[in-house]
Ligand binder design. Structure first.
Ligand code: FAD
Length: 405
């Protein structure tokens, strides 16, 4: 049995979220709390019931994208300025995390944040606008295909080729990990043209899933190896050769923020279950909560979640306001939250003792498996730290004032 939880899992955290987001973004056409209620209801009624079969069959349910898109959730997220409404991106991802959607939530995030941001940011042609319209309406599923057998962290080495053939372009290669690759109607493919990396929108007819990976977690994300062989019109070249890496980096920023929000939502679920178990389960004649070692460990983890959430709001608010937040801030947030996610879910499962390791007893073993990949998705820990380190600036004046030279 796979557990789902559709009700409010952590009202205190939720009020904090809505207050934080409302303060950060000001009044919007629809209050954030209404959006949250709307999203939560949709998830509870239309998406959570899809989890058991999707996990069992390792299949991404297209219905999840259709349900959210047709209800206007994606349009609302991408209404407004250059970043759309990032507050809504956070709310949607948090709610997907709190409902324990795992792979389904990440798949929706890849569609909505990674792919849609690229279409919206770079799609000036009628073709791209048509694909964007379908994506926002939930009529089609989009994914982003960058990795290859020999290309992971170093995307500049991309080998999938883009060549001109008369008045069309030919895209050919094999993408190694693509999510949700088999369900996708369109893949935004990073490839190599004459002047360097480009991004091309390839429709389903040019995509052949050749292997479904037996991943440890995120089984409903349906990550596949994808063969790409397509002739596409010039309009489908979303980002011209030479500019592909910089554009991919922009899409990744949204993906990283949404991933952090979904992880923090999942940690609300995990920590509330563990805290409740501490109060209910008795050993040595008293609730586990009375055992200081467990109580303090949970307090430490809870504090880290609280601080990480505040960091997420502050970063998102700054990005929205066009302020100082940068790609390196999003990277810092993502790596810190992803690592916290792995640790918290492991500790929460531990608090359940043997039950925490059994599939049909709690959702914790699945959350633990799912969140493990957060340290790779959207770029690995080390790549995030490289982005952070690239922003290091020495202060020689300060150094000389304080350090004996
Ligand atoms: C479930 C799942 C879903 C995925 N979905 C998608 C998707 O939808 N689209 C897509 O394009 N990709 C996807 N990926 C691929 C993912 O983005 C990559 O796995 C990730 O970027 C790491 O690349 P790699 O696996 O090739 O590892 P490598 O790049 O080979 O790295 C191996 C290890 O070495 C470390 N490393 C590499 N270079 C350095 C360095 N210079 N300094 C220090 N450490 C370094 C890495 O951090 C990592 O720990 C998915 C992967 C998984 C597992």
């Amino acid at each position: 049995m796979i557990h789902t939880l559709n009700s409010r899992v952590n009202p205190a955290a939720e009020e904090q979220t809505d207050l934080g987001i409302q303060l950060a973004f000001g009044a919007t056409s629809r209050p954030v709390t209404d959006y949250r209620e709307h999203v939560r209801k949709l998830i509870g009624e239309r998406i959570s019931p899809l989890i058991p079969a999707s996990e069992r069959e390792r299949r991404f349910p297209r219905e999840a994208v259709a349900a959210l898109g047709s209800a206007g959730v994606f349009h609302e997220r991408w209404s407004g300025g250059i970043h759309g409404d990032l507050g809504r991106a956070v709310v949607l991802a948090e709610e997907m995390g709190r409902a324990g959607l795992g792979g389904i939530g990440i798949g929706v995030g890849l569609h909505l944040e990674a792919a849609t941001s690229l279409l919206r940011g770079f799609g000036s042609t009628a073709y791209a606008e048509e694909v964007l319209g379908q994506a926002l309406a939930g009529d089609s599923v989009c994914c982003v295909a960058t990795s290859e057998q020999h290309v992971g962290s170093d995307l500049s080495a991309v080998e999938t080729s883009l060549t001109e053939e008369g008045d069309h372009w030919r895209v050919r290669g094999e993408k190694w990990f693509v999510s949700p690759g088999a369900a996708a109607d369109f893949a935004l493919v990073l490839c190599r043209g004459g002047q360097g990396p480009a991004i091309v929108v390839v429709p389903r007819a040019g995509l052949t899933p050749v292997q479904r990976w037996a991943t440890t977690g995120m089984r409903s994300l349906e990550t596949v190896r994808l063969r790409v062989d397509a002739r596409v019109p010039d309009d489908a070249v979303l980002v011209r050769p030479g500019s592909g890496l910089a554009a991919a980096g922009q899409g990744l920023m949204y993906e990283r923020l949404a991933l952090a929000a979904q992880v923090l939502g999942a940690l609300d679920l995990a920590s509330v279950l563990a805290i409740t178990h501490l109060k209910r389960r008795k050993q040595f004649g008293s609730p586990l909560y009375r055992h200081q070692a467990l109580r303090l460990r949970m307090a430490d983890l809870h504090s880290r979640i609280l601080v990480a959430r505040r960091g997420l709001y502050a970063t998102v608010a700054e990005v929205s306001a066009g302020g100082g937040a940068s790609a390196s801030d999003a990277a810092a947030l993502k790596v810190t939250v992803a690592r916290l996610g792995e640790r918290v879910t492991s500790e929460c499962a531990h608090i359940f003792g043997g039950r925490g390791y059994v599939e049909d007893q709690t959702p914790l073993e699945r959350l633990w498996r799912d969140l493990k990949v957060g340290r790779l998705g959207g770029g690995s820990d080390e790549m995030m730290w490289e982005l952070v380190a690239a922003g290091f600036r020495p202060d020689h004046e300060l150094y000389e004032a304080w350090v004996a030279t």
